[in-house]
Ligand binder design. Structure first.
Ligand code: SR1
Ligand code: MG
Length: 392
């Protein structure tokens, strides 16, 4: 019998694949590649009544650098989506099938949802429950996967299951090393910011030291189960709720890394809203950031049965302060890397040239401040400080 081998699917192949796997009775299917991410191929296949999503890991990134990346990430993502649904039911799409030869999975099509980044760019701020739900997911994650709530040896097995060397290496490189040192020479900003970036980032030894400390925590602090890439492009929303997806970067790391990513990408959306004079949206984003952080702390500190051990009095009493300090630091680094690095965001690159340069500068200044002064963000109220400068 011929051994099954991986091959890259195109639209026709993806439709045939789900048909052969029994997802549809009809062979009259439409299939569209809808992915705009940096790493995978996403197909929507429909028979006109129901639809599914097929996600396949490619051999290289879709960025111009085209680096080879392990396709093993698809298996980890399938496991991570299941883990997220266990932590909080319905918080991620359901995976129907994972295929280890084709490095692909077939999952629920959340077509009644919108990607949060796109919703914010379109000026929508009609998600009143977002802070409530995001903070619940983050707090539940902390409660159920950190040493606060999970039996300690079970937690260690979970840490082992989600060791994610290849994808963590991408973040270690892009978020910390490339952003600080432009090692590959592929970083770029608008020409008017070149000098600023050289002086304030590539030659800023104080910033390098703080980024180094945060990188060390990222690599060594297996605090809680993380999504690992929790930006507004990894969150689906609709009027009734939200779901996270694209969980291939999941691993056990510092809790503030996920919260910091959320904060950073809301700040990038706020910058886009500022340049487009959407004041109401700006205020909604500001409230959402502060409420998400505040409610996370309230929920993680709520009274509950704690393991009766030496951690009982520390993990939910004062530990949140370290998490918030990390949140500020990682938010700052994420802001910097999304401006200077190769994985840029639509919120900023879609701005007209003069405005783009202006926004790049403002985001970089905020990012540097967050990294260098992160010890000033140990209480939820401190995050209001981010919005103290004149808005427009
Ligand atoms: C090579 S991947 C570039 C970026 O895309 C993903 O969404 C992650 O954020 C990663 O850093
Ligand atoms: Mg992604």
């Amino acid at each position: 019998m011929e051994e099954e081998k991986y091959f890259a699917l195109d639209e026709k192949g993806a439709a045939e694949y789900v048909c052969n796997k029994g997802f549809f009775d009809s062979t009259e299917l439409t299939c569209q590649e809808i992915g705009d991410g940096n790493m995978n191929y996403i197909f929507r296949i429909s028979d006109g009544r129901k639809s599914v999503i097929l996600k396949q890991a490619g051999m290289t990134t879709r960025l111009s650098s085209g680096r080879t990346i392990s396709r093993e990430r698809n298996r980890r993502e399938a496991a991570a989506l299941a883990a997220e649904n266990e932590i909080m039911p319905d918080s991620a799409p359901e995976v129907y099938l994972y295929d280890e030869v084709m490095d692909c999975m077939v999952m629920e099509d959340l077509k009644d949802h919108t990607v949060l980044r796109e919703a914010l760019l379109a000026g929508e701020s009609v998600y009143p429950k977002l802070a409530e739900q995001l903070s619940s997911l983050l707090a539940e994650t902390w409660i159920k996967t950190s040493d606060m709530g999970k039996e300690h040896s079970q937690k260690k097995y979970h840490v082992k299951q989600f060791i994610n060397p290849e994808l963590c290496e991408i973040s270690e490189r892009l978020v910390f090393d490339e952003a600080m040192f432009n090692l590959s020479g592929q970083n770029s900003v608008e020409p008017e910011n070149d000098m600023f970036v050289t002086t304030n980032i590539y030659e800023n030894q104080r910033l390098h030291l703080e980024a180094g400390k945060l990188k060390y925590r990222y690599m060594t602090l297996a605090q809680a189960f993380l999504h690992g890439d929790l930006h507004t492009g990894s969150i689906f929303v609709n009027e009734s709720g939200m779901k996270v997806f694209d969980s291939e970067f999941a691993f056990y790391g510092p809790m503030g890394y996920d919260i910091g990513n959320v904060v950073a990408h809301f700040l990038l959306a706020r910058e886009n809203a500022r340049q487009n004079h959407k004041r109401e949206l700006m205020s909604w984003i500001e409230e959402t950031i502060v409420q998400t952080v505040e409610q996370f702390v309230l929920k993680m500190r709520a009274d509950r049965d704690m393991p009766k051990d030496a951690f009982e009095n520390i993990l939910n009493k004062w530990y949140y302060m370290d998490i918030l300090e990390d949140t500020a630091g990682y938010a700052g680094l994420e802001l910097i890397r999304r401006i200077v690095g190769s994985a840029k965001v639509k919120d900023i690159v879609s701005l007209k040239p003069g405005k783009r340069g202006e926004s790049e500068r403002r985001i970089l200044e905020t990012g540097i401040d967050l990294v260098l002064n992160r010890e000033k963000f140990r209480e939820p109220d401190a995050f209001k400080r981010l919005f103290e400068q004149p808005a427009l």
